[in-house]
Design a protein around this ligand. Structure first.
Ligand SMILES: Nc1ncnc2c1ncn2[C@@H]1O[C@H](COP(=O)(O)OP(=O)(O)O)[C@@H](O)[C@H]1O
Ligand SMILES: [Mg+2]
Length: 289
């Protein structure tokens, strides 16, 4: 049963960075409530504060105003309930895949035997067992990102924060990993907050998409993603009839313009003015992928 207390609550959060050059208001009065097991994506123009929001939820940064609650308890610094995964995989090249995956558990001072059982299980379940003695440079970009995800899962967080985890990958690998990651995270019952600049990815993967305004980021739209056929895997979602509707709705909410042309005028042109060429809507008779 889903708990009535939100898993993550962002309560009137604002964030200003103070530097020698001056003040940057990154986020303004953000209020969001995320339920246990929900998969939420955050999209918004570059520099609108998406990464800042994840860093605040992770406890690495403290908001200038407002508070963040995890399971109803105000966040005080870093908590093991949260796992954070970034665009770069940050694997250590001199450690084997196995030794990279156990890193977080080592830092937590977990006993070696219990580490072994847990990590062996993850490596076997997610197709990395045969590569456990390899080094990161021997793996493809997609596999490296999968190792980074398993390293994050190894510490068994309830909540995963993913900051553009697929952005550095080629389009095909990205599509493949989206399905894999969705299967893994839904199977594990995790609450997920994904930052992406890719509208298609947000619609394909999420239960809900939050659109932030230009900086200072404010919640501009909060869109529930629902398909008549029920919850599908990301790849299948891209072919569902509703996909286009959600894509266009989010595109219109985003303040993205091409040389003074309103977003609404450019939205049907694949690859043009799209924040991520290759993932723009294409004519109905030629569905994505
Ligand atoms: N550590 C920092 N110090 C000062 N300004 C920062 C810092 N981190 C981010 N910013 C500024 O805050 C704004 C939001 O940044 P960020 O959260 O990285 O945006 P996004 O992830 O949406 O691209 C930007 O204007 C950025 O330059
Ligand atoms: Mg960012």
């Amino acid at each position: 049963m889903v708990s009535p207390v939100p898993k993550v609550e962002i309560d009137h959060v604002s964030m200003k960075y103070l530097t020698l050059e001056g003040e940057t208001e990154a986020l303004q009065d953000i209020c969001l409530s995320i339920a246990e097991g929900e998969f939420v994506s955050i999209v918004g123009p570059s520099g609108c504060g998406k990464s800042t929001l994840l860093s605040l939820i992770s406890g690495l940064l403290k908001p200038t105003r407002g508070r963040i609650l995890i399971d109803g308890v105000p966040l005080q610094g870093i908590t093991h309930k949260l796992g954070y995964m970034l665009q770069q995989d940050y694997l250590f090249e001199w450690r084997t895949i196995y030794n990279n995956v156990i890193l977080g558990l080592e830092i937590q001072g977990k006993d070696k035997r219990s580490i072994r059982r847990q990590v062996d299980d993850l490596l076997q379940r997610y197709g990395l067992w045969d590569f456990r003695h390899h080094y990161p440079h021997q793996l493809s970009g997609g596999m490296r990102q999968r190792v980074a995800l398993i390293r994050t899962l190894a510490i068994n967080p309830d909540i995963l924060l993913l900051d553009e985890p697929f952005a550095a990958l080629d389009y095909q690998t990205r599509l493949y990993l989206e399905d894999e990651v969705a299967t893994i995270l839904k199977g594990e019952g995790k609450t997920v907050i994904l930052v992406t600049h890719d509208i298609s990815e947000a619609v394909a993967m999420s239960d809900r998409v939050i659109v932030l305004s230009r900086r200072p980021g404010r919640v501009k739209a909060d869109i529930k993603i629902m398909f008549a056929a029920g919850r599908l895997m990301p790849f299948a979602t891209r072919k569902a009839p509703e996909f286009r509707h959600y894509f266009n709705r989010i595109w219109e909410e985003l303040d993205i313009h091409v040389e003074g042309t309103p977003a609404s005028k450019t939205k049907q042109l694949p690859g043009q003015g799209c924040p991520n060429p290759g993932t723009c809507p294409v004519p109905e008779e030629n569905p994505p992928a």
